[in-house]
Design a protein around this ligand. Sequence first.
Ligand code: AMP
Ligand code: MG
Length: 404
Amino acid sequence: MALLSLDEAYRRLLARAHRTDAERVSLTDAVGRVLTDPKVTAAVDVPPFANSAMDGFALRAAGTPGVLRVVGEVAAGARELPTVEAGTAVRIMTGAPLPPGADAVVPIEDATEREDRLTVPDGVPSAAHVRAAAHDTRAGDEICLPGELTPAGIGVLASIGIGAVEVRRRPIVAILSTGDELVGPGESLGPGQIHDANGVALAAAAIEAGATPLLLPRLPDEASPIESALVDAARQADLVVTSGGVSVGRHDYVRAVLERRGSLDFWRIAVQPGKPLAVGALGGATVIGLPGNPVSALVTFELFVRPFIRFMLDLDGGDGRLHVRATPTQRMTKDHARRAFLRVSVWHEDGGIHARPAGGQQSSQLRPLADGNALLVVPEGVDAAETTQTYEAIVFGPLLLTGR
Ligand code: AMP
Ligand code: MG
């Protein structure tokens, strides 16, 4: 079978995605969620009243420099406000409403208070240290908060008096590992067995992408348990992600189940790592069968499943990662026919971004993916990443200022 290009596979997969429905959550639960409508109209001014930016004295700017009589005090939250007449001042705390008559604040350290006499040695400009009403937001302003809600975005919503918001439901992503050789992390290994790294790693990747994972029990390489688990998973989840059992081995059953019980689109994609990908539908859910090698599973998750989840959340197209151009510090070979996603560390130094291999590049070598911070994208039709060229890098960890 001819290899499908990555772009074509991506396009065909995304055509299956739908947005999740809306749900109302309190602001406490809203971080990382996506507003169904990013535009919000402020109903109140923020701040609602003029107030002091400093601890100090509210006064009339025109009466400074001079000696003033202190006639009272206002703290944050005060309801009763003394009036500031000519020749007087009022002690004021940060955030307290500016009392009537006052038009400026002198900070405590710029004046001397003795008994009820306040000496202000220098002229205070009008409006000094006063936060005008609505200087952050005016009632009627349209605030736009697209994408994942950040702590600051949530703070803005709270500041305009909103306590709950309508967001996209997090897609439920069922995760299934297949393989007779697998035992759970934490369990001891028998002959021929390995720990299931993919289950928890893919669940973590689902969380990172904004979904709620449903980590289901591991499956043996047997047709009927795989069939019933997949059918069951499709009832509970928006998306079912399996790992292993999708290549052309004698015990690869995921494809067979999709073919029999739903629909199957099987692709051999021109990517390295990750060639085989099974995509299909079962009940109302999309099923994506990832290859079993841990690096292949995580890289194909990054390339296909992550954008799929983000589409369901109504996040703007793509993977939501930082993409940069980087220069390899050494030649890195690859498969000529496929687009390679090499596990690298990238860093910024001397005005450029550099990439070095984060370790061995076999798809069973997971450590370099954990040690690195980027995938270096090297196109089809070349044998290596060359030190004389720059390549796109998909950055999934912090971009450091030094490579050492
Ligand atoms: P498969 O795609 O099932 O042929 O698996 C390819 C390779 O990945 C084999 O060496 C498997 O043992 C390994 N593998 C499959 N599933 C997992 C898993 N969940 N965790 C770690 N390695 C796995
Ligand atoms: Mg297997």
